[in-house]
Design a protein around this ligand. Structure first.
Ligand SMILES: [Zn+2]
Length: 167
């Protein structure tokens, strides 16, 4: 049986006054949002301190990863990487903001996935000044009334449909 790298045994901590333990997870994940995907290479690394608190376990640290985004304006793929701080609470009887403790084990995967994906931009831009595919291609679809009025065959027609209307 393959043990998930996200599972951490906390039997030595529950209800005890012991110091925090360092946990480092180095793992390939397939987490993704609509416009963003955590990359397989390099793997995601979470550098965490796991500590007992009354009623549960507190996990804090940082998670580092590379992510491939598709720019929402020009649809170009680009890569971003870095680290962000994470913190999560695990409880035997979890409240709304806590993750469960299963017996004497905590599963860091839902916690790290939530924290990682929540840290990604919902509408990634390759750069702030990105003007989108129309300007990048040097074609103004508003004025270029082409000879064939039916432009459904144009690749730009497809791209235009994917883009939200200008505000
Ligand atoms: Zn762009």
């Amino acid at each position: 049986m393959i043990r998930s790298p996200f599972l951490v045994d906390v039997s030595d901590m529950l209800g005890r006054d012991v110091p925090a333990r360092s946990v480092v997870i180095d793992v390939v994940v397939d987490w993704a949002l609509q416009m963003s995907k955590i990359m397989v290479e390099p793997p995601l690394v979470a550098d965490l301190a796991v500590a007992p608190i009354p009623g549960g376990i507190l996990v804090r640290g940082e998670v580092c990863y590379a992510v491939e985004h598709a720019c929402r304006r020009c649809l170009t793929d680009f890569i971003d990487d870095g680290c962000s701080p994470v913190a999560g609470l695990f409880e035997i009887d979890p409240g709304e903001d806590a993750y469960p403790i299963d017996g004497t084990t905590i599963d860091l995967e839902p916690f790290l996935r939530d924290e990682t994906l929540l840290g990604l931009p919902l509408l990634p831009l390759c750069e702030e000044s990105c003007e989108g595919v129309v300007t990048t291609a040097g074609i103004d679809l508003n004025t270029e009334s082409s000879d064939d009025s039916d432009d459904t065959g144009s690749p730009f027609a497809v791209l235009r449909d994917l883009l939200p209307p200008e505000d």
